[in-house]
Design a protein around this ligand. Sequence first.
Ligand code: FAD
Length: 292
Amino acid sequence: MKASAFSYARASSIGNAIELLAEHGERAKVLSGGQSLMPAMNLRLLAPELIVDIGALDELRGITRREGTLSIGALTRHVDLQNSPDIATCAPLLKQAIAHVAHPAIRNRGTIGGSLAHADPASELPACVIALDATIVVRGPTGERRIAAEDFFIGIYETALSAAELLVAVEVPLPRSNAAHYFCEFARRHGDYAIVGLAAQAVIDNQKLTDLRPAFFGVGDRAVHVKIPALLGADVTPRVLAEALQALGEALDPPEDQQASGAMRRHLSKVLLARCVAELLSRPELAAWKLA
Ligand code: FAD
């Protein structure tokens, strides 16, 4: 299929892009890597009247360390995240996750800003930015807003962005020295969207988790951060873990679709959390704990 007719504007500056978006409102769409927008247009799931191409805005590209944060420009491509030494050192969770996003051809064009603005509930990067406690920086006609990643995702393909706003950057706090990360997903084939996945950041002191931010994806209308107090500061015995997994099961209400039932997604989420705790604490026996 082919997209319906649309007009095209190549933004000359961030200000120009915002002016165009403000003028055309819901009838306009931003074009970044086009890896989600173009298929949706070709399938006539979307029919914007105007495409605002921000591809020439170099100020939206790149990764910079500043004042305790790693600032990632919206147009930074998946492949740039994958190859960046700063990401490998300061946000290794993103590097791990990107390997599961689609395939090289898509990662060569897809961008972090496009992925977050697209807000697919089965997508890896929204869960990662929630786990990393990142801030999403957006700019619109009235100036800049900074939104906690956890508040940015509202529903399926829905975010806190208004039609006139541009996602300009993501700010990831630099990790503490005793921070650790975990990423894993279940997908039918490598590169497919996940059936269920988990991205987590933790802080470990004396073999105990003193902080844990697990963000699950593929389990609802958006990535969800599930707080599990039972695991914090505790000696994680099989019994403590079983209680934590039960609490997780009660916190999630995953949907059913052609890939998996809600019950299967809940079960896989528990498997992932058990493996996550086992890996973070270097206690492989916990991953084998029989799930209730
Ligand atoms: P675009 O397609 O250009 O835009 C996506 C949406 O975000 C549009 O609505 C657009 O208007 C809006 N937007 C883009 N940039 C901005 C901005 N700066 N400010 C405001 N709004 C903006 N993704 C995964 O996460 N996991 C996968 O496993 C996966 N598999 C894929 C498999 C295939 C075959 C394909 C085609 C895509 C897959 N994707 C997957 C999607 C891919 O990662 C996309 O690149 C990404 O979702 C969107 O990034 P983009 O830069 O291409 O955005």
